[in-house]
Design a protein around this ligand. Structure first.
Ligand code: PMP
Length: 432
């Protein structure tokens, strides 16, 4: 622990510090590092946990439990046994769950495109034809959600994330406008803040009155079973609660096995009310004669029930836990008590959200890049890539091994301190 926080140092102390830090950064650049903390990809060790999938379903294994020949066309809603496995983890009755392609992001894109082209159950017209269309975006949030909105020309309204989920006072205020049609939510071990929505947040989302009768909650439960701590963080069943509160069609649930089995070769899920499920399947029916049931069958055999999923995820957690611990250790050692950084200590998910001194995030990313450490671009966690305070950086520790991760983090903390000292010096009047 330092004697003084960096912002309390005098001008001359900061100048001395800057010289030392620039020296250190110069040496870091000389190391020729090539490290990457950008995207939340599973590591090779994590992928190997699902190696048996590659030999499944096997030469004779093409028949599903109900006798379906998975080699043939059909079965638009996906294999019942796989839907049964994920019904519990995703909190959607199996008959209201669709198992589709290899990407939940694709399903989110499809739902938004269909809403824009045709409207959803309860719409009187396609969304844009009813006037301006806006989507609430809790921030910091998932850049790919924002990219879909940007692509489709939908307005994005940032809503601050709190420790319990999106600021619900703000959400309730905003949904009183009928052009606000949807909200993005990553309700469990959120990307990037690792927040799990509290019971009160979920209840309020389910119960709130919205001016738009066709308002939708895009419930992207990408990290439903991805705890890394000893105890799982519970999440209320929003689909059931919305139905109880008279809004059965409010929620679109999404999930996938991307970070359970093989990222890019997994299975994605959509869950919702019967009316929404028929709506989506109606659109699917025009673009495909059925999903890849052979992939679904091997997933159903590899993960025959929810306890099998939980046991498998415990093995993932064992690989991820030391990486999250290492982040906290390295950040705390150098940045603890400096007053120029705060970060999350995730109990699940894939990310650590780091807040540096206001106005410094882009500079930290630049300094790290000069030293061969790739970080997610500053601002990526905000709509249009613009963080109004230029302070948030998303760290993704899953892919590198522990040695690479330590090297990357030690470089990163230096860059955080250097950017802060540069900024503080620029702001100080030189009289200290
Ligand atoms: N949602 C969130 C919140 C994610 O973090 C990710 C992966 N980074 C996805 C969706 C993408 O999932 P999929 O592979 O199923 O498209």
């Amino acid at each position: 622990m330092r004697e003084l926080e960096l912002p309390a140092l005098t001008h001359s102390a900061l100048s001395d510090r800057l010289i030392a830090l620039r020296d250190e950064h110069q040496r870091l650049k000389g190391q020729g590092l090539r490290l990457d903390l950008t995207r939340g990809k599973p590591s090779p060790e994590q992928l190997t946990l699902s190696q048996p999938l590659l030999g499944m379903p096997g030469a004779d294994g093409h028949t599903a439990q109900d006798g379906t020949d998975c080699r043939n066309y059909g079965g638009l809603q996906g294999l019942p046994e796989l839907r049964a496995t994920f019904s519990g983890p995703l909190q959607v009755p199996a008959e209201q769950l669709v198992a589709f392609g290899n990407s939940s992001l694709e399903l989110m894109y499809e739902c938004l495109v269909d809403a824009v082209l045709f409207g959803v159950p309860g719409s009187s017209a396609p969304w844009p034809r009813e006037g301006r269309t806006a989507v609430l975006c809790p921030v910091p949030g998932y850049d790919r959600h924002f990219a879909i909105c940007e692509k489709l020309g939908l307005d994005m309204i940032p809503v601050p994330m709190t420790e319990t989920g999106p600021d619900m006072d703000e959400v309730e205020r905003l949904v009183a406008d009928e052009w606000v049609k949807a909200i993005w939510c990553v309700p469990k071990y959120s990307n990037p803040t690792a927040v799990t929505f509290s019971a009160e947040t979920v209840r309020r989302l389910a119960a709130m009155e919205t001016a738009a009768p066709d308002f939708r909650v895009f419930w992207d439960n990408a990290y439903a079973v991805h705890g890394v701590a000893d105890a799982d963080e519970p999440l209320l069943d929003i689909l059931g609660l919305s139905t109880e509160h008279g809004h059965p069609d409010r929620v679109f649930v999404f999930g996938s096995t991307s970070k359970i089995t093989a990222a890019g070769s997994g299975v994605a899920f959509f869950g919702s009310s019967p009316a929404n499920v028929s709506w989506l399947l109606g659109h699917f029916a025009k673009r495909t004669i059925g999903p890849d049931k052979v992939n679904q069958l091997r997933h159903a055999r590899f993960l025959p029930d929810a306890p099998a999923v939980a046991a498998h995820m415990e093995r993932h957690a064992a690989l991820l836990r030391p990486k999250f611990e290492l982040i906290d250790t390295v950040l705390e050692k150098r940045l603890g008590g400096t007053g120029v950084a705060s970060w999350t200590r995730p109990r699940g998910g894939y990310f650590v959200s780091l807040d540096v001194l206001d106005g410094c995030a882009a500079r930290v990313v630049e300094l790290a890049g000069e030293a061969g450490i790739a970080l997610t671009p500053a601002g990526a966690t905000f709509p249009h890539g613009k963080d109004p305070r230029d302070r948030n950086i998303r760290l993704a520790p899953s892919y590198p091994d522990l040695d690479e991760l330590r090297d990357a983090l030690e470089g990163l903390v230096l860059c955080v301190e250097l950017a802060a000292v540069e900024r503080l010096l620029a702001a100080s009047d030189g009289t200290g």
